[in-house]
Write a protein that binds this ligand. Structure first.
Ligand code: 1PW
Length: 210
């Protein structure tokens, strides 16, 4: 059992459970709180993850500014955000470095990495190397969107990851078997957030926003 009040990855992954409504709408607020939890978790892994979490923090903050801004009502869901930002014209959207769409797209790509990584961790063996699982999932997802220098720095940071058992322990959900069960429950929620975002962005040709 995780100690009362201690940070547990379960709460974080639970936030993603609330992101997709019955009507398959993606809600921003619970996604952002899920992201804050992931960032805290990432920071607890050590200073080497500083540059990774810094970018994630910047992206989540951009989204919070949209949420709290004058047009905040349009940033309730992913669907309303896309509709609103596209209504200003696709050219205008492509020229904005702080648009909700391009920012969500970056987080969305990172979510695929997280999903593959957690799945690798879940199905791995006791002696599997976490750094290998992390590097493989990164190479299969986010790496193709990153320049060489970011790929190099990220891959170096992964070497600092603890062993699989130690990693499952930092998740703070109990013994390794219990952490594995929790991952089995939580990963489908992340997949579902990933899936509806992918579908929405593909539908509006937004998957390559610069
Ligand atoms: C172990 C749990 C890991 C889950 C957290 C995932 C966080 C992913 C953040 C990766 C950031 C790597 C360094 C930053 C790169 C940016 O250039 C890049 N951002 C992302 C999120 O890929 C692209 O953003 P940009 O430069 O187009 O604004």
């Amino acid at each position: 059992m995780a100690a009362a009040g201690a940070f547990s990855l379960r709460e974080v992954l639970d936030a993603f459970r609330g992101c997709v409504t019955e009507r398959r709408e993606g809600l921003l607020e619970p996604c952002l709180s899920g992201w804050w939890g992931l960032i805290r978790f990432l920071q607890s892994l050590g200073a080497v993850f500083g540059f990774i979490s810094k970018d994630a923090v910047a992206k989540v903050q951009i989204m919070e500014r949209h949420r709290r801004g004058e047009q905040g009502q349009h940033y309730e869901s992913l669907q309303s955000m896309v509709e609103f930002e596209l209504s200003r014209g696709p050219a205008e959207l492509r020229g904005r470095p702080d648009s909700g769409c391009r920012t969500v797209l970056r987080l969305h790509r990172a979510l695929l990495w997280l999903q593959l990584f957690l799945e690798g961790l879940r199905t791995g063996h006791r002696d599997s190397r976490t750094s290998t699982i992390c590097t493989d999932s990164y190479n299969a997802s986010l790496a193709k969107h990153h320049p060489w220098v970011v790929r190099k720095a990220a891959t170096l940071a992964f070497c600092a990851l603890p062993s699989r058992d130690a990693f499952l322990e930092v998740m703070n959900v109990g013994p390794p078997e219990q952490a594995v069960d929790m991952l089995g429950e939580a990963i489908p929620y992340i997949q579902s957030v990933y899936g509806i975002t992918q579908e929405l962005f593909a539908q509006h040709s937004l998957l390559d926003l610069p």
